[in-house]
Design a protein around this ligand. Sequence first.
Ligand code: ARG
Length: 624
Amino acid sequence: MAFDPVQILSERFGAAIARAFPDAAAGGAPDALLKPTQNPKFGDFQCNAAMPLAKAVGRPPREVAQAIIDAAAADADLGAIVEPLSAASIAGPGFINIALRSDALAGLLAKFDTPALGIEPPATPQTIVVDLCGVNLAKQMHVGHLRAVVIGDALARTFERIGHRVIRQNHVGDWGLPIAMVTARLLEMQRAGRDIAALDLDAIEKLYRAAQKEADADERGLAAARKYGLGPKALAELEEQVAGAGESLARAKATLVALQNHDPETFAVWQRIADVTMRECLAVCARLGANVTAEHSAGESSYAEELAPMVDELVRRGIAEESDGALVIRNEGIEEPTIIRKSAKGGGGFLYATTDIAAIRRRVQKLGADRVIYCVDARQALHFRQVFASATRAGFATRPGAGAPSRLEHAAFGMVLGPDNRPFKTRTGENVKLSDLLDEAEERAAAAVREKNPDLPPDEARAVSTAVAMAAIKYVDLSNDRAKDYVFSFDRMLAFEGNTGPYLLYALVRIRSIFRRAAERGGAGDAWRRAPVVVGGREEKDLALALLRYPGAVRSVAESLEPHRLCQYLFELAQTFSVFVTNCHVLNAETDALRDSRLRLCDITQRVMADGLSMLGIRPLDRM
Ligand code: ARG
């Protein structure tokens, strides 16, 4: 059922317009142009559709308004929530003033007040794969991974809450030449008698960078040297370097082959790198309170065996073709062909896209996905367009027996920027390690919590500041428009005022404290749980309307894949609530009936807030 009166009014007035002016409805349901009224004496909402419609049909607007009212009068659903409409409802040039019936909001709220909070399970639950995290072996998680974890986890939680079946997939970059390169390095060290078990991720990452540098050493430098006519000595030195690079590249290729053949010694070293990386990665996810665990890992290596037969099939079916010795898929409307195998000269290897095409096949055809959602950096937009088009064309995106392909969506996110508006880096120009960022957030949150509440016992203070820090970091990431870049600022995200995680946590704590005070005083009992809700004054009405918007806000996140819509909703709810408690006494209400009604409003509000925060992956607190 629909809970939001605004939605009900829009739909019912749209339908009334369509009945009164069938021609106007030809292009789809007409927009009722519903707006809140500026002045409560004109009711709660107004329908402004008569004016543009009058132009279109060539009749006076007030007459058009009357025709809409006549059509609306026949609608029982509408009659259940609005005061009777009449000629007196028409104002000015043709506004239709609408007043909600005072019992209607109370009735809707009573129906809303169940554990489901208006979120009804889908008629046919879907299987939704959420691709999130996506770390790479031998590298620390950096600030860029924050979004892939936090947004992915929030979307997954939202779908779970709605009642879909969610499968999280951590597409770990754990295969290919770069990984083979660092594996080769460690292997060498091991053979030279070094104890590689002692290497932590920082050490492994250093080796990775060194290996990479050596490999791309200076093909580019050499080209430049020739171009700018450097002397023979410089050329000779560079050539030597490149030869070295060629050697290390050759070693990496051999290591990749050994890995592919499951050579035990090589494989054990690779496994070691994977273990060290994943231990740290999953620890950071756990710290963030994100549900990303070992069971969600489905790394690129898990597709390695499938690639050659898949590529052969694509060639056989005429989907992939040769181009300069490489194999490519050309898709209409996409500017660049998708390369799925390099030319023999280029090493003949498979690519990032090849694995992602295989992943779509597994996710749709084996895991049964109706929807696959990729929480990945916006800079990979072309990659996903290519991969989606290629997999769809190959039929890999269609479930066996299904008529149409599943929905493949790139929930692309923008970058995290530093104060200089450039990609967030450390002072020395390196990527910011995510765990360092979390450490700093915790330190700063501890100071803020100490200042706000010096009396918290130390253990609780620690727990509260950890929760505040994580809420701050996650909320900032979620509340910014997903597709846009945002500037990272500890001061802003940790503020207890404004659209921040700490503000919402605090707003919720304040509501909960009302119930603690009620319990201390005794008297209120919990009879209020069944008390009739009285929606009397403006503040109560606004709060009721805000609460009833909740299911719509959640639906819009599931549709748009934009968690910031839920953040915005929760922020507005918290503000509306704050106006309500400032103006309406709850425990000191004029009558017991009013107190109980308001306690029930408080309770629904705190449950909506806790439920909403849980979808964002933010754990609410009782005290702070
Ligand atoms: N490892 C990749 C990277 O760091 C992200 C993986 C995203 N997921 C995917 N299915 N491609 O860019």
